[in-house]
Design a protein around this ligand. Structure first.
Ligand code: B12
Ligand code: SF4
Length: 479
């Protein structure tokens, strides 16, 4: 039995060609979901993982599979449907799972043979058995999986082309921020894999650099932190010789022992969601956690950096409290906090989130011709009606945020500071220049987007109904 597991691309996102430059390897990330599914697949299946981000194969020229499994974030849904349609035309059954299939079940059901909602571990073997006997059901529900004893992801099936390996050590998040899908999808309970399993799986990763995909590697409660410390101790003891980056909440900074152990275990950078420059913004999105203990963000960032761990900060633009001038304000606040990199994203109502429910009820979802418009749900395009900012206005704010944070004087100041404090100045410089280099691509993408948006408004005005418009069906141009 031949199985293809496919990660579809989104031409608006897949801007790099890995073959063009070695550096592009740092900008593509392994689809861990498919490597996990491969690990759950019995050995008599011949498995091929296709990551379209590395290049789209000519599917007409590949051997015919017996089953196709597709994963997709919402932003990949359109391409997922194209790939599904191709294989279904050949009579090959197509199964789709992952976050979009779970949140938009009806839409996906119409376009594939079987849909798997929730996590795959407990249900995938059943799906394969049914496929083998030609009796796939239309719907399977994986629910929340046990974290103990699952087979390891097949890291051997996706080699070459990536600078980073990928691993997961925990699932779930109790914080339930309004814009985020994680609590709804993976649950509020923080679930941890056995430490010995994580260390063993780490060993099976070939890459020297690893992305730990956990939404919050350290968790929020004392027992979570204690487990994180045990994990870091075990990783250090195992002498894995890997450098890894992860996502965490700002409480990472509160425990010197935790920071020292993380650094010893190989942590080289952490991605932290600050989300808003104002306490009212944090209240608006339900991230009160960041407000606890009257936190001094600048001191927190410094404490992390003192352990030679780089800090990338994430902010959201387009909250109801955000007014003109917010772009510069975010850049200033992020510079004041002292983060090494800034990633600002548009507030985006992702299906299944509380933000989606709220914006839908207020009729504020602006890009709503689905599934076509999903391709813009990358958090890098404005897709909603923002309270105090027009579409042009919010794009200008985003550009002024990026230009201001990544101005040459500010980059030099950050690099000098990391040189002075002996904190990886070259990585800091490369990261900053890479973001700065993206500004040109962003300008071009926004020009195309504004044209699309303008055309669409005119057409809607003429027809007075938001329907799938012809120009939407034209192929999307890569940035
Ligand atoms: C790592 C990660 C990334 C990596 C992606 C690596 C990759 N290629 O997969 C990077 C950094 C590139 C990334 C980018 C983005 N991401 Co992201 N990312 C994550 C993160 C933190 C972990 C995903 C992961 O690897 N999980 C581990 C695997 C094992 O779990 P899984 O993917 O859920 O797969 C399981 C099940 O879903 C299921 N399953 C999945 N696929 C399939 C397929 C079949 C056939 C079956 C049977 C089952 C199945 O089985 C698996 C095993 O249980 C998630 C948060 C999360 N907890 O999911 C956000 C998340 C997926 N990202 C999100 C978003 C919004 C994005 C971006 C659009 C924006 C951004 N800048 O972050 C971009 C989109 C890029 C694009 N190509 O369009 C949202 C998606 C919401 C949505 N509705 O789409 C999430 C949920 C975070 C959030 N805040 O809500 N992301
Ligand atoms: S944004 Fe981060 S902290 Fe908030 S619910 Fe999502 S994973 Fe948890």
């Amino acid at each position: 039995m031949r199985l293809y597991l496919i990660n579809p691309c989104n031409p608006l996102v897949s801007i790099v060609k890995v073959k063009q430059s070695r550096w592009n390897r740092y900008r593509v990330w392994k689809p861990l979901s498919l490597m996990v599914l491969a690990g759950l697949t019995p050995p008599d299946w011949e498995i091929t993982i296709v990551d379209e981000n590395l290049g789209v194969p000519d599917y007409r020229a590949v051997p015919r599979p017996d089953l196709v499994g597709i994963t997709a974030f919402t932003s990949q849904a359109n391409r997922a449907y194209e790939v599904a349609a191709h294989f279904r035309r050949l009579g090959v059954p197509v199964v789709m799972g992952g976050i979009h299939a779970t949140m938009c079940l009806d839409e996906v059901m119409e376009r594939v043979d079987a849909v798997v909602t929730g996590e795959g571990e407990d249900i995938w073997p059943q799906v394969l058995e049914d496929a083998r006997h030609g009796c796939l059901k239309r719907r399977y529900d994986g629910g929340l999986a046990e974290m103990n004893g699952a087979p390891f992801a097949r890291h051997d099936l996706l080699t070459g082309g990536y600078a980073f390996g990928a691993i997961q050590t925990t699932r779930g998040c109790p914080l339930s921020c309004s814009f985020c899908s994680v609590t709804r999808f993976n649950g509020a309970k923080y679930r941890q894999r056995p430490i010995a399993d994580v260390v063993r799986e780490f060993r099976s990763i070939r890459e020297k650099h690893v992305l730990v995909v956990d939404d919050n590697l350290i968790g929020t409660r004392p027992e979570h932190i204690a487990r994180a410390k045990d994990l870091f101790r075990a990783m250090a003891q195992a002498k894995l010789r890997k450098k890894w980056i992860a996502q965490a909440t700002i409480n990472f900074a509160d425990d010197e022992e935790l920071l020292a152990l993380a650094a010893k275990a190989g942590c080289s950078g952490v991605f932290i969601g600050f989300e808003s420059a104002a306490p009212e913004g944090l209240l608006e999105i339900g991230k009160k956690f960041n407000l606890l203990k009257g936190r001094d963000f600048r001191a927190s960032v410094r404490r992390i950096q003192r352990h030679s761990i780089l800090v990338a900060g994430s902010f959201i633009i387009g909250l109801d409290i955000d007014e003109p001038g917010i772009g510069k304000r975010i850049a200033e606040v992020a510079s004041r906090y002292g983060v090494d990199n800034l990633n600002t994203l548009f507030l985006t109502p992702l299906p299944g989130t509380r933000l989606w429910d709220q914006m839908k009820s207020e009729n504020r979802i602006a890009l709503d011709v689905f599934p076509e418009d999903w391709k813009y749900y990358t958090l890098t395009y404005p897709v909603a009606d923002y309270k105090h900012l027009s579409i042009d206005g919010i794009i200008d704010e985003m550009m002024s945020c990026t230009r201001s944070f990544y101005s040459m004087p500010r980059i030099l100041r950050r690099v000098c500071s990391s040189l002075w404090h002996r904190r990886k100045p070259l990585i800091c410089l490369a990261g900053n220049l890479s973001y700065k280099g993206n500004i040109r691509l962003d300008c071009k993408a926004y020009t195309d987007f504004k044209r699309y948006w303008g055309n669409r408004h005119n057409c809607v005005k003429q027809s007075q109904r938001p329907m799938a418009l012809d120009f939407l069906k034209q192929p999307i141009r890569a940035k």
